[in-house]
Design a protein around this ligand. Sequence first.
Ligand code: AMP
Length: 433
Amino acid sequence: MSVNTCHFSARKSGAMKVQSVRGMNDIFEPSMMLWHRIEETLRRVYGAFGYGEIRTPIVESTSLFSRGVGSDSDIVEKEMYTFLDRNGDSLSLRPEGTASVARAVIEHGLMNENPTLKLYYLGAMFRHERPQKGRYRQFHQYGIELLGVETPQADTEIMSCHHVLYQELKLKDVELRLSSIGCDVCRPKYKALLTAKLIPLESQLPADFQKKIHTNPQRIFDHKDEKIKELASSLPLILDHLCSECQTHFEKVQTGLTNLNVPFTVDPKIVRGIDYYYRTAFEFTSNHLGAQSAVGGGGRYDKLFEELGGKPTPGVGYAGGLERLVMLLEAQDLKLSERVDFFFVCPDEGGFLKAQSICHELRIRSVRADMELQTKSMKAQMKRAGKVNSRFAVIIGSQEVEKGVAVVRNMDTQAQEEISLEKLLAHLMKIKV
Ligand code: AMP
């Protein structure tokens, strides 16, 4: 994937060269083919699991995210692109998709006639993070939300759907890690216990974490510093402090996954960066992603709708990063099958009109065919046929037109044959992939 890291550079002449914004990338061929393949697979798998697409605006009221994602979360506190519009309203570029989906469902009463609603989305998200490999300021998320069902079977479905998706994409070494972060009953008690354990350790904790001891002490398990990790290893874990309802829910999620042959590991240290999660929390990870090991993350969020002024509505969802899928598939050296089938080569102008009309007929039939539209040497045209990775070059010059034939050359084997112009279209349709 192409990654730009600079924004403006002053040229010696004095004119400023405009470049993309730091952490925001242009995406183009050949990576684009991989993006399309991933998007097509996503839509197919989500469709098979019964999810329909929803598209929400990129810009929302800032209050949606401060209430939905949580004003204490890193996303809202430090990472949102927030601005006042010309009316003085505070707006933000969306940093994630779930809050917007919940807002849209409430606003349009989408659940009035559907007690169960299954939605998926795909689109650009924005977070002002420090850009690095796998972490950008504009990135793309795909995700699903299953609304109206509070059973553990719903959680299982979200995970099994993505297990299938990653298998369909032939992604290697992706692991599902699962935990429960408790509910309104057990989490506050566990949080108080953790805070009490952390207070005597306060002086050993980094300044940026000290505030979290009282607001979000679980984030200690997410800390990257080795010394803090060591310190965290002796702290109590939520899984040992779940209430009986959360415990039963968690066990049933695991039974469901085992029933569907979805492999998973229980990881009690999973913490989610977003406040709305409730009970089930999970991540798909890969150790081929470097420091940013998360392929995606999700969980249950039964309190989110009330937070946004809607009716109590149970929900569970998941979001993954498209850039990270592209990175993983590129590292697996996935060969792209999208090649141009035929590149027409005209050694002189005499064959141009014939080549143009056959090329057009192929395109009408959705066959990938291309040709040079300006006068170029035969050598330059053959070079371009190679550059666009065409399977065949179809050579038509005045000599061929006179003989009533075209030369069809297999670009992989270099074998070539003469085909009569009358039968050329039918022949090409037969040998296309
Ligand atoms: P989150 O909404 O933070 O749970 O993120 C879900 C997934 O989105 C992550 O696991 C990543 O795959 C992807 N993601 C989140 N933030 C970024 C980012 N800044 N750049 C690229 N991908 C991201």
